[in-house]
Write a protein that binds this ligand. Sequence first.
Ligand code: ADP
Ligand code: MG
Length: 351
Amino acid sequence: MKVVGAYFLEDKLNIYMFFLSLILSFVCCNLCCADNATLVTQQRQMLHTYVEIKAYGDNASAAIDAAFNEMERVNSLLNNYDPASEISQINNNAGGNAVTISPETVEALQTALKFCKLSGGALDITIGPLVRLWGFTQEIPSMKGAGPDSHEIQKARQLVDYQSLQVLQDMQGGPGTARLAKKGMWVDVGSFSKGYCADKAIAVLKKYGINNALVAAGGTINAIGKKADGSQWKVAVRHPRKEDDFMTFVPLCDASISTSGDYERFYMKNGKRKGHIIDPHTGKPVDRMQSVSVVAASGLESDLLSTTLFVLGPVNGMRLIDSLPGTSALLVSYDGKLGISKKWPVKTVIY
Ligand code: ADP
Ligand code: MG
């Protein structure tokens, strides 16, 4: 009996312990869920734009601070308007010696060069001389007089050639060197720096154990995980001609969306809109698109691709995006016609 009693007592204890641990784990879970369910949102003015990070998690505030700092750090390597950046060193040494660059700059440049090649030069990160010629290096873009003549455009075009940017790296993930072949050449990181900085912010958030977050850097938004209620992050895609209107909402999980448009950095000349994305082949601002949104695995890729498709236009752009795995796009041509790629996640789009 004693033995049985002992067993009985032990069983009772076991059951008691079992329920206690169940209650404790329930309380703990609720505590951490409550913590995780608190959404922390912070904004900063940086990268010449407005950056917002939203994150769930115990140490979301500290993680977001660290993510912003990482974005500042990476931007200070890439920013071609900062004379101290690595890209400025490359530009200042164009036609001269190769300069040493960090692994981050190597990664960004090498990926960008891959897309320049893939696009047949529609994307060209040495577009700098044309960006300057058309007045887009100024804080508020503008053009005095009649604008550049064909001779000036031709001269600037001769300095635009991504194949004349050499990026070398001894060891995968290590530092490297970069060199521009001709004096006057100029790397412009506008097509990818925000996307790349957003990727770096996500990497830092993950290091802090954050699994559910959103990083919005100008035209690029990266999302990981989900919202507290288990639903997906949803990102609005702006109507290119109606400032407060949206064309659609895109669910985003462990992916990135970037939008390139003709409605933010532009000026009017003789009744025609001149936007900040330049076709390297004509040397003139692209006038065949209103906007392009691209979904891809990383911010670097979506940012590069949205600019690429903007230059390629509706037909060639659609062909390229449909040929790439894991990417999709929504295109609006200059006359307001919609193009929805095969893998674009939502079919309801209102223009
Ligand atoms: P945003 O500045 O809104 O992120 P994009 O990602 O589309 O817009 O990049 C546009 C920027 O890319 C321009 O402001 C310019 O700095 C640069 N750029 C313009 N034309 C080209 C091009 N053909 N190839 C690569 N970069 C370009
Ligand atoms: Mg871009």
